[in-house]
Design a protein around this ligand. Structure first.
Ligand code: GLA
Length: 363
């Protein structure tokens, strides 16, 4: 027997620093934001032939889908997320029941805030919970919904959907941020150890803001997969399993663009370590310098900026930001700025704060 309905919320994320380091088994410092995706799942009785089905409706996009639970067919675009989560949960041996899913929330798509990961995580939690015979113990991701799957397993499962169903070769950054987020906390993630260490993030009058570059961001169709392939080629040329192990002198001898990509990763891992120290010592001016250094490296070495992204960064800097940088996969989306209390961010920005991670909602 299944509980009749179940709802889950999963937030988007901001990455303070540590870009493209996740699939290079390096370090990053993201946090979950207040905005996210909500999935309401209702049990659906089997059809006359006994066939169990899943139907999904995303009100924002006015998009519908319906498919059988057994042998989930592949699909393009937004439909790939729901189908992928349903199929991968079953492949992992997690029970899924026939259901009708309503997808909503307040996270803009294509803004580089991980609307994809938020959707995957909210779908996974709502579906796991709906099929759980003990009923919901709402309000926490530590409820029965993940008795058998821990949060890292859910992150990996969601990332598999992104890689194999959606076609974006992304890492685990977004899913981990969404699943492990907590108020006033950034997460120092070590992607080799798969360790998540909470780091208190108290802004004390400082502001972190986002400004949309105006360019829509989508990992599957941007140069993201190409960057990932270039990093893999750099590893092959260096004879290492990941750029985490790469030696600086050996990297300097690589051909371009592999040299540039690897140099970004080495520097970015170091900047994450320094950013953690800056937060621990409440040295926000130093964090601003690190954001600027990260941006320069993403623009010049990783080469994922665009004129619109540069214009957005410049507009934050002109308004007095202590630091600003492109965020996420690159090639558009939102830029992040850090403002000291005496400066005002320009019009069009939105404030972000570290907020709660993914959780079940009371019915
Ligand atoms: C996107 C991907 C993440 C990560 C970032 C870049 O957000 O989904 O896995 O690679 O880009 O840091």
């Amino acid at each position: 027997m299944s509980s009749e309905s179940s709802s889950a919320f999963a937030p988007g994320r901001v990455n303070l620093i540590g870009e493209h380091t996740d699939y290079n088994l390096g370090l990053a410092l993201p946090f979950a934001i207040a905005e996210g995706v909500t999935v309401r799942a209702h049990g659906l009785e089997p059809g006359p032939s006994g066939e169990e089905r899943v139907s999904a409706y995303a009100a924002d996009l006015d998009q519908r889908d319906e498919f059988p639970l057994a042998d989930v067919p592949a699909a393009e675009g937004g439909r790939a997320f729901v189908r992928g989560i349903v199929a991968e949960l079953q492949r992992a041996g997690v029970p899924v029941v026939g259901s009708s899913l309503e997808i909503g929330g307040n996270l803009p798509q294509g803004a580089g805030l991980s609307s994809s990961a938020a959707l995957e995580v909210a779908l996974a939690l709502a579906l796991i919970d709906l099929a759980n015979p003990r009923g919901a113990e709402a309000g926490t991701v530590e409820s029965h919904a993940i008795d058998e799957l821990d949060r890292m397993d859910i992150a990996r499962l969601c990332s598999r959907v992104e890689n194999e169903w959606v076609g974006a070769q992304t890492g685990l950054l977004d899913q981990i941020a969404s699943l492990y987020g907590a108020p006033d906390t950034a997460l120092c993630v070590d992607f080799r150890a798969l360790d998540v260490r909470p780091v208190p993030l108290h802004l004390e009058g400082w502001r972190l803001v986002l400004l949309h570059s105006g360019e829509r961001h989508a990992n599957a169709s941007s140069g993201y997969n190409q960057r990932r392939a270039e990093c893999a080629r750099a590893c092959a040329l260096l004879g290492v399993d990941s750029l985490r192990e790469a030696d600086q002198d050996a990297v300097a001898r690589l051909p371009d663009p592999e040299r540039l990509r690897a140099q970004h990763i080495l520097g970015e891992n170091e900047r994450v370590r320094e950013a953690v120290t800056a937060l621990e010592t409440e040295d926000l001016p130093r964090l601003g310098e690190l954001l600027n250094a990260s941006h320069a490296s993403l623009r010049d070495l990783f080469q994922i900026s665009t004129p619109a992204v540069e214009a957005a960064v410049q507009s934050l800097m002109r308004a007095g930001a202590s630091g600003a940088r492109l965020m996420g996969g690159g090639f558009g989306g939102s830029v992040l700025g850090l403002f000291a209390p005496e400066f005002s961010p320009p019009p069009g920005t939105r404030d972000v704060r570290p907020s709660a991670g993914a959780h079940l909602l009371h019915a």
